[in-house]
Design a protein around this ligand. Sequence first.
Ligand code: TXE
Length: 504
Amino acid sequence: MSLFEEITIQQVGITYKQPLGLFINNEYTASSDGGKIQTINPATEEYITSFYAGTEEDADRAVVAAREAFENHWRKTSPKERGDLLYKLANIVEREKVLLAALETLDSGKPYHSNSLGDINEVIKVTRYFAGAADKFNQGNISSSNHDKYGYSLKVPYGVVAHVIPWNYPLLMACWKLQGCLAAGNCIVVKPAENTSLSLLYFAQLVKEAGFPPGVFNVVPGYGPVAGSRLALHPDVDKIGFTGSTAVGKKIMSMAGQSNLKDVTLECGGKTAAIVLDDAILEDAIDWLTLGIFFNSGQNCTANSRIYVQESIFDEFLSKFKENTFKNWKFGNNYDPFDPECTMGPLISKVQYDRVSGYLSHGKETEKLEAIELGVVKNGIGFFVPPTIFINVPQDSKLCKEEIFGPVAVISTFKNYDEAVALANDSDYGLASCIFTENVRKANQFVRDARSGTVYVNCSNEDDISLPFGGFKMSGIGRELGYAGMESYLQLKSVHMNIGNPSF
Ligand code: TXE
């Protein structure tokens, strides 16, 4: 029962030891029943390795470790101590950047140069951001009490916080949550996605190296309905943070309610609409929009998968959109995500490949929509899907309503601003919206009209970790990043300090 395996990633010339065990109390350990999950390279379909899958008992073990660490010492640490540890962690991640990025590419198929390195750079950035935030975003208020009383509110950590992570940004989505949560003073049990656990397992030993004490940071990889559900139902978990599908987000919320009414932060799916008005600078808009739908092969919760273009500029838009896609979005030589030319990798798994292919055939065959493929997949190995657009799609089409989570956009027209806003807001989701226009009044009006947690004006899928991120409607509850990324992991305690009357 080996807890490590030597893996070579030839493309970056690195051989390293991959941890395969759960990480509890700063040690790697086998799962209670010895069960493992196989992981494969989605670009080649080759087997990489197998890691231990946490059971309910293992999740319980991790929660006990986290609780003990919280009560015995972590809750007594100062914000500065936590910030210092996060700064150390950021430096260690920087040292390991090439390996971590290569690992993401191997395990998830992300293009190494244009995508994975960026993910790890952002992990470093977000770690430093919350290191600095540790002693700043947690201040309470003093109330205007009477002379005999001193009333104030404190922001305190929850205690034990569980996190359930998706596979589209394996380490980055984890760090969006974990760093703010640690900075706030909580202890953590995190479950990565089944198909992308390697990077977080490797990262765990870096957390230990930075000096985080045993039990503060625990990783329990495993299946959602087993380890994930146990964490959501656990009576001693105080809060759960989740990113994934809306269907599972609903289950997490319901499990939180069924058990101990733990608090939840949910970041669920999206169906971002982008409006292109006739005065937009088309080349710029199209650069953003192809990035917004094809980056990470469309596996983004904010992917601008619905594009509404003002009727009068539709033909020009379409021809420039096609040209831009052919030029910028490529599988690279030999369909190798490590190739410097590769900007588009495979989908994460056979399951996702089948799901996205199902939408493509539904659009083409069942709804008889006009589809245009803007790339060719030739080799038949790996879960590659060509960038595809559907033209003039009716608003009630499944392609307009459901999150496809692949490189697939619907492009339709509108006559005027009011119609465009009605179309954009016509969704169960409300994660993000975009508008492209040179008219500042229209842009400002859209910022007010859009029913979404984020509004992009003349951009799309823009990264900014200093701004809160989260959804309206069925896209979720709560916020990550920015001041909210720490506030989400703090709760308010009000204090009535009687310094006047010795008795009532
Ligand atoms: O997600 P799941 P899947 C959307 C996207 C995609 C669809 C399905 O539309 O096509 O979801 O992807 C854990 N209790 N997003 O099936 O199942 C699971 O182990 C507790 C959007 O992979 O939601 C994994 O760790 N946990 C999204 C995590 O939930 C459970 C990112 C996400 O998996 C569980 C990913 C359960 N019963 C997918 N079942 C985004 N918002 O960015 C599963 N999990």
